[in-house]
Write a protein that binds this ligand. Structure first.
Ligand code: 3HC
Length: 307
């Protein structure tokens, strides 16, 4: 059955090589999924060779773990390793049919990486952005062919979460949308079509949950009480576990995007930052950044101390 709003799959372009802009954790998780499920060459790139090498090391390591668990035999593992390449030379993207970016969540940065790639690829190659809440139309505003850009939003952990939001801009072609749906299906994911609205669908909901949880704590309810209140809903993670999972910076960014778009409906991430000032509920990493909310919650439970 065709997903609601998806164009006919006969319009989809064949994807014989995938390009991934970025070699960070998210990009490397994409590379692993693409190579496992599509079994086509996958190319990753980043600002410098050290970043590319780190991404490649992660992917090879993960393939090794799958092999050790018996999920891949030796030949298949070697075949996958041989299909993944890393480069800082963007001209190697020339024959990619599907190029997805997973770089820093800033419109200007995303516009710039696409501006570099677009002149190098075929006119009918599809571009995709994994933005979690920015406007896909704005990201594509400087492209020569914005109609080839589609939003393709994954969820953490990429290997496990079954959903992809395919985001429809006003100009996107049916071929680009159709390709996105077919790629999602071949990745083993369920795709839904969403409007190009801030936060699409999922992050609208999650920003409410995370924002209200942070505000409740800021207003005086102990963090653990908030977590306890949520747990009986039967969802796999509580609000602060989710913040841990997606990462403090990403969660705050989603929050600020939503508050920027709908100031009367969403709180900015300043409540997160205020919580960060409460030493009894947060842990900090060696750079002083907040980390481990759920571990902190556990500590509050054990010590009985709460804000
Ligand atoms: N990478 C790869 N695989 C992972 C993984 C990871 N980081 N974490 C867990 N898994 C796999 C495990 O290997 C296991 O696979 P198996 O059954 O084949 O052995 C399976 O997932 C279940 O893992 P566990 O039994 O260890 O753990 P749980 O049952 O507790 O499930 C979870 C872990 C799947 C992460 C579950 O807690 C969950 O679904 N949490 C909700 C996650 C969520 O809501 N994500 C969306 C975040 S929002 C987002 O990403 C959008 C962004 O724009 C902000």
């Amino acid at each position: 059955k065709r997903p609601v709003g998806a164009p006919d799959k006969s319009l989809a372009k064949k994807v014989a090589k995938v390009g991934i802009i970025g070699a960070g954790l998210m990009a490397s998780q994409f590379a692993l999924l693409f190579v496992r499920k599509l079994q086509v060459p996958v190319l990753i790139t980043d600002l410098d060779q050290a970043r590319v090498d780190k991404g490649l090391a992660y992917i090879r390591d993960e393939i090794g773990k799958l092999e050790a668990k018996g999920r891949l035999d030796g030949d298949s593992a070697n075949r996958l390793r041989a299909l993944v390449h890393g480069t800082t030379d963007k001209t190697e993207f020339a024959d990619c049919d599907f190029v997805i970016e997973a770089v820093f969540e800033e419109v200007g940065v995303k516009q710039q990486v696409f501006a570099e790639i677009e002149p190098l690829i075929a006119d009918d190659a599809i571009l995709a952005t994994n933005t979690s809440s920015l406007s896909v139309e704005e990201i594509g505003a400087k492209l020569a062919h914005p109609e080839r850009l589609v939003g393709f939003h994954f969820f953490n952990p990429v290997a496990v979460m079954p959903l992809i939001e395919v985001v429809k801009t006003p100009t996107v072609t049916d071929a680009a949308l159709s390709t996105a749906f077919v790629v999602a299906k071949n990745l083993g994911k369920n795709a839904i079509l969403t409007a190009d609205a801030p936060g699409f669908v999922v992050n609208r909901l999650l920003a409410k949950v995370m924002g209200e949880a942070a505000r409740a704590v800021y207003e005086g309810t102990p963090l653990l009480t908030v977590e306890k209140a949520f747990a009986p809903l039967g969802l796999p993670m509580t609000p602060f576990q989710l913040i841990d999972l997606v990462g403090w910076k990403v969660a705050a960014h989603v929050q600020d995007t939503m508050a920027g778009a709908f100031p009367d409906r969403f709180f900015a991430s300043e409540n997160f930052h205020r919580l960060a000032e409460l030493p009894e509920v947060v842990e900090k990493d060696k750079n002083g950044k907040v980390t481990g909310w759920s571990k902190s919650a556990q500590k509050v439970l054990e010590t009985g101390s709460a804000p």
